[in-house]
Structures are given as structure tokens and as C-alpha cells.
Design a protein around this ligand. Sequence first.
Ligand code: FES
Ligand SMILES: [Fe+2]
Length: 447
Amino acid sequence: MAVSNKKYNVIDLKTGKLDSRIFSDPDIYREELEKVFGRTWLMIGHESLVPKVNDFFHTYMGEDRVILTRDGKGKLHAFLNMCRHRGNPIVRTDVGNTKNFFCPYHGWTYSNDGSLEYVPGEEEAYYGAVDRDSRSLIAARVETYAGIVFANWDSGAPSLEEYLGDARWCLDVAFNRLDAGTEAIGPVKWIEPLNWKTAVDNCSDNYHVPTTHLSAILVQARHFGLPRLTHEAQFESPSKHLFINGHSLTMRMLDRPDQARQTHGVTQENRSLFEEYYRSTLAEAERRLGSVRAGKLQLGNHSIFPNGVLGLRLAHPRGPLETEFWHFVVLEKGMPDELKRALRMGSGNYNGVAGLFEQDDMDNWRGVSRSSLTPLAQKYSQDLSMGVGRAGSDPDFPGTVAERYTSENNQRSFYRRWEEFMNAESWEDISIEPGTADFEGTATMNG
Ligand code: FES
Ligand SMILES: [Fe+2]
């Protein structure tokens, strides 16, 4: 690492040189669990996964097992899945509905609001000396954005609204378009031998698409009549590559307001049905988001810091060289079933575990992660120099906008943000960009 009074100085914004040890060093990994995953707002699920009182959904924050519950009054909670007696996990299933969680080791029993309700032998074995109030389940802060549930361990962190900041201006286009809201289907889960950051970084890598995904692009061109994506098309694209308040986004322009917003799952056969759907919902979307966001913009590939990968899809860290992917599909509730099915299948076929695009990507991410292992390879920096000095403000978009759609500005900025968390003593040392975006329309954090 370069000389600096800060512990981490892994990315040089002027040259784009990146220290590759961040992809495999076990000590760095251990520290990022604490300083990144222990401090940030993390997506842990969706309200539709726990629709009824007493529902629960088992999830993760970093490597920590977490239970998302909806208590008897309908309030959401996120608890560390760890009994306060000897640390045994009290939930072993993925989903369920219960008022109480019973630890299978010695039987301590908790309410779904986290309180310790029953201790076997409380009088006889403990002589009445158990202070149950101090042994509630460990709780994280919980907040939601358009039905997506986030949690945070750090009491010093800003609100989720501040944390998302103007990135929400872009995210609303996909996740907050209609009054009825969205539902999440999934997750499909799989484990890959790669570092989680390679997948997050790739969400803004428009450069790789014509090369890595050539075979998939040919399939799309031949069977779905889509234009063949080339480097030239990527270099000339008017789409935007934006870094906003720590989050990496890309935005595409719609040719027409009724154009299908999705790239995967839309075919020659169903395209007119998608167009009809977007025509019929346009007025409502304009009321909620204003005419620009409702009819002119489409959310492209993006990542929410730290480990959101293309929407509510998660790259859970499982070690420096292991990542567990959770693939959800978020669908507008009122969309016709035929279109929901097309999007669910299309999303899985392209970005699911056996997806055409995902398989191509994972091979590269594995390669990049593993080549950072040896002392010889670690002497040579990775090169993220594309578009250095070619990003700034844009009158029509929030954040820092690259001059071209194909740029490595978001990737450099992602590692700079990671570095900021790794060097910070607390949230006092972590920046939040002041919001400047015009949130035209009625949509809010809560839908
Ligand atoms: S570890 Fe849970 S009751 Fe003992
Ligand atoms: Fe890709």
C-alpha cells in the first residue's frame, strides 16, 4: 500500500491503481466485517417476505445470522440469531410464523419482539437471579425504503434516508413507481469462491459486457431480436454512469414512455403486453415521480453500498474468497401475472445461479479474486484508470456523473468509499453528501 498516515490507502484516484490484497487478505476481511458491515445500512429482506403478524424470515448481515420478525403488533425487528445464554442460534429454518423462539440447547424462550420470556429453572437452578431484561435478543436498527427492509448495528449511523441520499432519486424509478408497491420473490442462494467486492464493482462495469457476455448477446440477438451490443454502442451510449452518496448507479434513457424497462424477460411475443402495462400505469407514475423519472429514465445496473448487487440481490461475505449470493426478484404488485412470470424467468435465466450472464461474470470474479493471493501478483496493482478526471456534475442528474457510460469512475469511487469506512473511527469520520436532487412527485421513503 502507498505511504499514508491512514491505515488503508488502497486506491489512487489519479492513476486508478488498486491494491489487490483487499480481495484476499484475511486480516483485511476480518476488519471489513466490523468497519463496513458493522456500520452500514444493509438490505436484509422485503416487507412482503413477512406480510402477517408473527411472520419471520431468516437472513444475514455480513456473516451474522439475523432474524427479521414482524411482532404481534405488526412492527418489524431484526435480531442477531444468537441465544443470550451460550450463543446457540435459536432459529434454524428459513421462514415461519411464531410468537416465540425456543432455543434448542437449554430451552430459553424469546418473544418475537426480542424479550426473554422464559428460562427453565429460573427459580430452582438460578435462584431467581436471572435479569431477563438485560438478556433480550441483540437488536439492530430497522428502516424500510419502498418495502425493502434495511438494518444497521450502529446507533451512530445516519437515517436510512440520509444514507441512500440522492441515490433514491434513481432507485425510485424501479422500486417506487406505483402506489401498490412491490413484492419480492426468492431468494435463490448459491456460494462462489470469490471476494464479494468483485461482484459489487462489476455492477458499474459497462466495459466488460460486449466481451464477457458475447455468447449471451448473440443468443439475445438471434432469439429475441435485440440489437447486438458492441463496444462502439457502449462507448457512444447516452446512458449515464453515476456515483451518488456512496452508491454506484447507471441510468438509461427510454426511447418512449411505454418502453419495457427491463432487459431480461422481455421478448418479441410479450413486448406489446409490457408496453400496454407501462402505458396504463404512466399517469400514476408521473404523479409519484414527475414526468422525467416516470417516462424518460430507466434504472440500469447498480449497487447499493456495500453489498447490494443489482437491486435486492445480495453478495453476502463468507470469507475473503467466498461469497453467498442471494437472488431476489422485485416485482410491481399490480403487474399482470404473465408479465411477472416473464420477469421472474428472465431474471433467473440471465442473472440466476445458472444464468447466462451470471455464469460468465462469476468466472471473471473468481479469476480476479484468486490472482490477488500470491506475493508475486500482489506486487502489481490493478488498473482502474479508465476515465480518470472525466467525471463531474451534470445539470440533469445528481451525484458525480462520468462523461461516458463506459468509465471506471464508479469503481474507483466504490473503493474510495470502502477505504473511508475502513479508516473511520466512527460515523463521525464518514461523509454523507448533501441532497440536491429534485424529488418531483409524491413518492416517499415509505412508498
Ligand atoms: S444456549 Fe440457548 S438456552 Fe442455552
Ligand atoms: Fe456481466
